[in-house]
Design a protein around this ligand. Structure first.
Ligand code: TLP
Length: 353
């Protein structure tokens, strides 16, 4: 029985074309800005996103941290959705290393933030008792909102509120190209109202490492110093950038296949008694579904699935996440569904008895 790995699109491996590009990459010392492959990747990314400059980072987590460090001062408050990856999954870096305080507002079903909620959360400046709100962090696609997509209008509505209050806007676009493909709009349309954006090369785009942050030249100059401070000056990392250039050329359009597979998966899961998901809400490659008490807790399902060689992850006690990517095709989805149906049926019968 083959293993079907739906834990994350981060499990994707570099393509043969990427490996060839990596082997042949022109490199130099990037701390001296002398790595031609990195320079090309940064320029290409900035151009694709309609920003002045780009900066290669080691990871999405590093990009988010550096964005906060570059935009904020110690003791500032930053606002984000209550399901934000920065809040849930980045080891507390915003408070631990950037010394800012996080204020949460509710995320809507697709990860959107209500402009009214945001306006209420933003603190007025000039009061010595309260921290100034200096940054809004958005996320597109939204991981914990089942890969939900922010439209350009969703982003503009929130960004306008932040900007009117003098705060900057960072977009965690780890899966930005998934959003662009799902909405059939150029990625630059999704980021025109934010001050900076970072996207990951190492998720569904299949690169081994990397994230690229893009913004104004002034912001990137500031981010460069913070990247150095957190140990992200990577020298001959053109070998990584070479894979990134291949990804931007050849891996974006195919994301539509992952999205179709995710919808197929969600439709199948919705037909399994004891699991609930609305297949029509799935827009990209992440399917999060709830597990009914009659089945048990998510951890029970995850262990039983792993015995059937289906690997998944869990965002909460009663929910499971399955992520589609380049290494799973329609046949794997059907096989994962039949194994899941068997596992869930088995757990329900055992719980009844
Ligand atoms: N997300 C990972 C896990 O951390 C949950 C995954 O498997 O989805 N922003 C978003 C929206 C992300 O989903 C992730 C990774 C990151 C940032 C961090 O990226 P890396 O892993 O490169 O630090």
């Amino acid at each position: 029985m083959s293993v079907i790995d739906l834990r994350s699109d981060t499990v994707t491996k570099p393509t043969d074309e990427m490996r060839r590009a990596m082997a042949n990459a022109e490199v130099g010392d990037d701390v001296f800005k002398e790595d031609p492959s990195i320079n090309r990747l940064q320029e290409r990314a900035a151009e694709m996103l309609g920003k002045e400059a780009g900066l290669l980072m080691a990871s999405g987590t590093m990009s988010n941290l550096v964005a906060i460090l570059a935009h904020c001062q110690r003791g500032d408050e930053i606002v984000m959705g209550d399901q934000a990856h920065i809040f849930w999954n980045e080891s507390g870096g915003a408070s631990g290393l950037a010394a800012v305080q996080i204020r949460l507002v509710p995320n809507g079903p697709q990860g959107e933030i209500d402009p009214g909620d945001l306006a209420e959360a933003i603190r007025p400046r000039g009061n010595i008792h309260t921290p100034p709100t200096t940054l809004l962090c958005l996320e597109n696609t939204h991981n914990r909102c089942s890969g939900g997509v922010l439209t350009p209008q969703d982003t503009k509505r929130a960004a306008d509120v932040a900007h009117a209050a003098g705060a900057k806007v960072h977009l965690d676009g780890a899966r930005l190209f998934n959003a662009a493909v799902a909405l059939e709009v150029p990625a630059k349309e999704l980021v025109k109202d934010v001050d900076d954006v970072s996207f990951c090369l190492s998720k569904a785009l299949s690169c081994p490492v990397g994230s690229v942050m893009c913004g104004s030249q002034e912001f990137i100059d500031e981010a460069l110093r913070w990247r150095k401070m957190v140990g992200g000056g990577m020298r001959q990392a053109g070998v990584l950038a070479a894979a990134g250039l291949v990804a931007l050329d050849s891996m974006v359009d195919r994301l539509a296949e992952d999205h179709a597979n995710a919808r197929r998966l969600a439709h199948g899961l919705a037909n399994i008694d004891g699991l609930s998901v609305d297949p029509d809400s799935i827009q990209t490659n992440i399917v999060i579904f709830d597990v009914d008490e009659s089945v048990g807790v998510a951890a029970d399902v995850i262990s039983a699935l792993s015995r059937e060689d289906v690997l998944v992850s869990t965002p909460g006690k009663h929910s499971i996440r399955m992520v589609t990517h380049r290494h799973v095709d329609g046949g794997d989805i059907d096989e994962a569904l039949s194994r899941t149906s068997r596992v869930v049926g088995g757990l329900r019968s055992a719980n009844k008895g």
